[in-house]
Write a protein that binds this ligand. Sequence first.
Ligand code: HEM
Length: 439
Amino acid sequence: MTLPPAAPGIPVLGNALRMMGDVQQFFVDTYREMGPVYRVKALNQAFVIMAGERANRFLLERGDEVFSSEESFGGLNREFGMRVHVLRGRPHRHLRKVLATGLSRDLLAARWDEVVAETTRTFDSWAQRRELPVVDGFQRLAAAQLSVALTGASSAARFETLRWAFELVLDVTIAGKWPPLVLQRPAYKRARAEILAFARDALAERAAHPTGCTPDLLDRALAAVDENGDPYPLDVRAGMALQGYFAGINTLAYLYSFMLHALLANPGVRQRVTAEAGSEPLTFDRLRHMPALHGLVLETLRVYPPAPGSARTVTRAFDFEGFRVEEGRRVLVATSVPHQLPEHFPDPARFDIDRDFAAARKASVYAPFSVGSHTCLGAGMTEVLAVATMALLVQRLTVTAARPGRPLRVTATPGPNPGKRFRVRAEGRPLSTPSRHSR
Ligand code: HEM
């Protein structure tokens, strides 16, 4: 059995330039040119890319048996105690259950008024700015929404430290942009110490003053015991408290940014979601009856997946599509490639919020949150937050592109997003209704 073929690339950089740009498009193009399994090089990193329907099924069915996440996500565990990404088997299933209770839609429902207030405050401040860098604005908003929903407190003072340190760890461990030595630099060490102290202080404060309402992520982290009934070490509890920020700030912000781009590029869609959002207060119950907005979220995740692959290392050699993938190889399963294949999504280039995603989800060919045992624990929360955020945005703001006609340029820093050049102007819209949003 032979090794997978190598994708053509330029000397030294290999495929790095294309992978640092629109990486999803790179995966789709290369799947068409090379087939479902091939090798790429990006700077000093070498990956086997697996793509297509059978690759997703392989990850789903055999992922636990042949892959480890340690090499890709071990850095997060070592640096910030985020163990869920690297565990396997029973300890992993157990920790996922614990975390799932702290990242649930129910918690979002319980904190609904606060989340809406935080979001509307942000949009009102946008109306006073001449030109807004969209990704940055949405990163700040996502961090604020997650803080309020998951911990009942604000993380605004730590936002820049959190964003910088988490992106650096990802750039070192997954993207390989920088050598591990970068994590020894004093600036990073200071940031890390500040973040860990922030998480530990939040836990200590909650232990001293329990809220007595719906338990949130901090309560769950404090009460959590492992699969044998033993308390988790403090660093793992701190990792739980930080989990939402790490997994959610960029992914949510990239999704919101692409949704806004889609609204600007598709006036018909914009009209429909604006009519659907109306001017009534956005109660949690209303969110369930917003098909156009929900379609916008799902279609944006199809066309512009913010996390289009799952990175692993092979622990046991296997054969896939006639090629041998050896032990020790780094693999990236490009889980969102089927999103662009006409056999799964007819006329895939068309942005269509009326697609029916149910069958594609079931068949694992719609996989913006990956598939298998490490599939996203924040998917439910993401869908609700994304519907609500866009509903509130079209209710409160009229947004126009700062540079009309400038094409979208996707960049990967660390995940695919519209980059710093995507800027808008926002004007407030007169509101005719009171601002009570509770359930
Ligand atoms: C657009 C938004 C999001 C996208 C596209 C996304 C995507 C993903 C993907 C693809 C994975 C799997 C990674 C892998 O296979 O190794 C993942 C894992 C995870 N996500 Fe998300 N995510 C999003 C938002 C969130 C949010 C808001 C949270 C928390 C509040 C969250 C929490 C997690 C956690 C805890 C895991 C690790 C699960 C495990 O390893 O068992 N995600 N996410």
